[in-house]
Design a protein around this ligand. Sequence first.
Ligand SMILES: [Zn+2]
Length: 279
Amino acid sequence: MKTIDTHSHYNLAQFDEDREAAIARMMEAGVGTICVGVDLETSKLAIDIAAQNETIWACVGQHPTEWAQEYDAAEFADLAKGNNVVAIGECGLDYYRPEERAHKPEQVVLFRRQIELAIESGLPLMLHIRPSRLGSPEQSDGGEYDAYDDAIAILKEYKNDLIEENAPSTSLRALRGTAHFFVGDKRIAQEFLDLGFHISFSGVITFVKEYEEIVAFVPLDRILSETDAPFAAPAPYRGKRNEPAYVPEIVQKIAQIKGFSLEETEKRLLLNAKNLFGI
Ligand SMILES: [Zn+2]
């Protein structure tokens, strides 16, 4: 494995037809991945897929748009103990669509339970935060970074509690993670960096020019690479189903912005993922 896609979904139906072949393509490309659950069933499937493949790990949790499903705390706590389970999520807040925004309180409850599981289990959080704002960081369209602001406030509250409990050294380990599919601006990025979190960039950085400034801003040792496959394929695969095998396109873009070679960038991003997820 020379490069890693820290967030993908071989566990979703889009891979039902050719899961084995897609995994083989990833392996051939020297890519490993973290297979991310969006509910209990897909979390279990992520664990199964990880168990069968040396360079696949699992992340277990319930997506914020799955707020209507009951959260089975005992089952998730049990899954979190699995050997190949390296993170909790994807969890967070999703205010993108009005029908989701109408259920902020339910989303917040679901998010808090998973933050608590992350603290208990010592695993990092895989955050899915999607604000109501549309467009790229430089476009002012009247939208807001609302979901980011709410999530950051909640994370700060837990972080401060941990520090007050007189565990400042453990708190860094106990509450950490990554902001998956980052679409915020510099202010939001700085908030996550201050919290000790990493920031994950997806394929959108290959075709939305405004993200270059954010990638340039975040220190290389806090960046992760991801595809979010089957969604959001990078250039030149836009419009196709995305695959972890395409993550080198994203790493290449980060390398170009940061002014490092592809090889050096792959090495550093892989090290970041190893440090955060203990893989
Ligand atoms: Zn995802």
